[in-house]
Design a protein around this ligand. Structure first.
Ligand SMILES: Nc1nc2c(ncn2[C@@H]2O[C@H](COP(=O)(O)OP(=O)(O)O)[C@@H](O)[C@H]2O)c(=O)[nH]1
Ligand SMILES: [Mg+2]
Ligand SMILES: [Zn+2]
Length: 356
């Protein structure tokens, strides 16, 4: 019984008091109002009960792919319905700002151990985009790895790898081609049986193709290549969690065009993770509170002058920081509003339940 849960990554975490293992399941797919879940009873559909809408404060409270949930069963029209009573605390979450105007975080995948950032080598690598992915990956609490895909389309994969290494800050980089299978065994070796790995990257990067190779069959839809840019069209429309025959769990995601930063309360500073080189220079500045503008003895300016630090990387660091500060201000405002709304909903709810 437990084995089935373990296959899906259950690590015998302590269960909430009074909850039996038979009521635990993992979310493997997410639709608008329904979830596909895997528990000891196999594959089932579940949804959140009405009260969930009253008690949740944001979209982040809702189940997401990779979540472990506690279920209850209810009879409706002579059918057994699975309801998500609670989402167990997440060990990590890859979160982005949801597309659209509204300030809302969207969980791309929960309880992941690694984030595979897939970057295709059919063109020059967009290093600035990669920095953004790296930063969000570090923010998730999981560890990132970079996969340079479509190596068969590159004239100089090794050179491109070196360029990527200069911003990767020690993050492992793998070269992979679905045509020649270069790098396949390397990649397989990076996936332990208790890993849950989310694949992120732009649409057409080759995420689904790589996952199919790992699964050993065409489980996930891939797109036909458009001859103009080797990109392919959008095909993956849902986030989807799959168990590999060799052990380990992978999560496919639809590509994102632009990865918008989402502010995390207790995240590590950018300079601790994806920009640790910059931190070292900052610490070498003569003044503790150096703004790296006009101060003398500024190690950042010196590094820029010698070219040890590229202007583009520094600019991107500043840009990401501004964007992050902006995301935080927007979220603070949203939280205030949400809290107000929640109290309103709660008081309406308790009035209604009181009448019954
Ligand atoms: N030449 C080449 N094409 C690839 C490779 N990997 C994927 N593709 C093609 O790129 C297109 C997009 O791949 P897909 O896996 O759907 O990308 P996704 O959007 O990231 O999931 C498909 O037509 C694949 O056949 C590769 O290593 N080499
Ligand atoms: Mg895909
Ligand atoms: Zn300075």
């Amino acid at each position: 019984m437990q084995q089935h849960l373990q296959q899906f990554g259950w690590k015998n975490e302590a269960l909430p008091h009074g909850v039996a293992e038979t009521r635990i399941a993992r979310v493997t797919k997410e639709f608008k109002n329904q979830y596909v879940i895997e528990g000891v009873h196999g594959t089932q559909l579940a949804r959140v009960p009405g009260k969930f809408h009253y008690t949740s404060t944001s979209r982040l409270d809702y189940p997401a792919v990779g979540d472990w949930v506690v279920l209850s069963e209810r009879q409706e029209n002579e059918q057994d319905i699975q309801l998500v009573e609670a989402v167990l605390p997440r060990s990590s979450a890859f979160v982005r700002q949801a597309a659209g105007e509204e300030t809302a975080g969207q969980i791309v995948a929960a309880n992941v151990t690694k984030v595979f950032i897939v970057i295709p080598l059919f063109a020059e690598v967009n290093v600035r985009k990669l920095e953004r992915f790296l930063f969000t990956a570090w923010d998730s609490g999981a560890s990132p790895e970079i996969i340079l895909s479509k190596a068969d389309l590159s004239e100089d994969a090794a050179g491109q790898k070196a360029a990527v290494a200069s911003v990767a800050m020690g993050v492992p980089i793998h070269i992979w081609s679905a045509v020649t299978y270069e790098g396949f065994t390397d990649l397989q070796a990076r996936i332990a049986s208790d890993d849950t790995i989310v694949f992120v990257g732009t649409s057409g990067a080759g995420k689904s193709t790589l996952m199919n190779a790992l699964v050993g069959q065409e489980l996930l839809k891939t797109s036909a290549v458009r001859s103009d840019d080797h990109r392919g069209r959008h095909t993956t429309t849902h986030r989807e969690l799959v168990v590999l025959p060799t052990g380990g769990i992978v999560i496919d995601t639809p590509g994102v065009r632009e990865l918008q930063l989402w502010y995390e309360e207790d995240r590590q500073p950018m300079s601790e993770t994806s920009f640790s080189d910059i931190k070292q220079w900052m610490q070498a500045c003569f003044f503790n509170d150096c703004q790296h503008e006009t101060e003398s003895g500024c190690a950042i300016k010196e590094a820029l002058a010698t070219g040890d630090l590229s202007q583009e990387r520094w600019d991107n660091f500043l840009k990401l920081q501004r964007e992050y500060a902006y995301a935080k201000r927007k979220q603070d405002k949203r939280l205030q509003l949400e809290e107000k709304k929640r109290w309103k909903r709660l008081s309406k709810y308790s009035k209604r339940s009181g009448k019954r």
